[in-house]
Design a protein around this ligand. Sequence first.
Ligand SMILES: [Zn+2]
Length: 353
Amino acid sequence: MWAMRSYRAKDRWFPLRGCFGHNARLVQQTTESAGKMPESIAIGGKIIAPGESDELELRVARLPTGDWLSLPTVILNGQRKGPGVWLDAAIHGDELNGLEIIRRVLAILDPAKLAGQVLAVPIVNVFGFVQQTRYLPDRRDLNRSFPGSARGSLASRIAHLFMTEIVDRCLYGLDFHTGSLHRTNLPQVRGALDDPETLRIGRAFGAPVLLSAAKIKGSLRQAAGRRGAHVLVYEAGEPLRFDEQAIQAGVQGTLGVLAALGMWDSPAKGETKPFEASATRWLRASRSGVFHRHASLGDRVAKQETIGRISDVLGHDERPVKASIAGMVIGYTNNPLVHQGDALIHLANLEKT
Ligand SMILES: [Zn+2]
């Protein structure tokens, strides 16, 4: 019932999307959404009718070889009207869990039973993906390059293409990440939780931890938020690895969000109440040396509790790593070799549970 109420609320909201003024197609589409029937989607040289899905390539630029650099994209156009949701992964090219999450979600969804549209881009930073690196060839971070421009750097052009072809067609977005190099994250969802609709879908995702996170300048989440989209960032696992637990939580979370939006009937998975945190803090190395971690992902720790130690190579001059706040361990470095000031353990401050 909650999902249906919410969906009708969204339906009324659709025409306001035109106020953002970026895209005539969007105005046409949203006006249509408020009417009787869904309409076909024209994208990447293809037309996808209601109740159908298709795979296509969104062209960015030519490679030096003459081949096209393009974003692999899958469009599901639901048989019934509803909102648009995008799924994206590998904006950081070495963060792979989202790729598998999207593959499994697409294997489940059926456009004939879907309400609304799902636009999936499983690899956004295609260059970084091939090179197995976070960045683009010029070391630019794609997730600091949004909203981008049509005439900017390669990162800027990819960002611009994603904004105009994907974000501008959607009211919701799920952006899949992992920890950065040598770091592992507990499955967690981040978003602007002061926005009630983002909070609602964040809870529907049902990850173990829900974080109210500041918007990072140049990130997809910030740029899409400014265009009126409700965006969740899912962070789970580590780069260049598939983490089965993180993938399963991501698949269930995505289906939970689609169910909360009235787009897909998912079997009830029972009440899951994530820990909701308003702030996080990294514990940093007080000296260079060898780091031994005593706490695991998901552990609750007390303030001043010793949860690691750093010593020299032979174990001399040992210093404790103490929790500066009471909280839950949501991430850590996997690399035992640390320099003074390096981030060691990430704690979420669990004020509200
Ligand atoms: Zn990332």
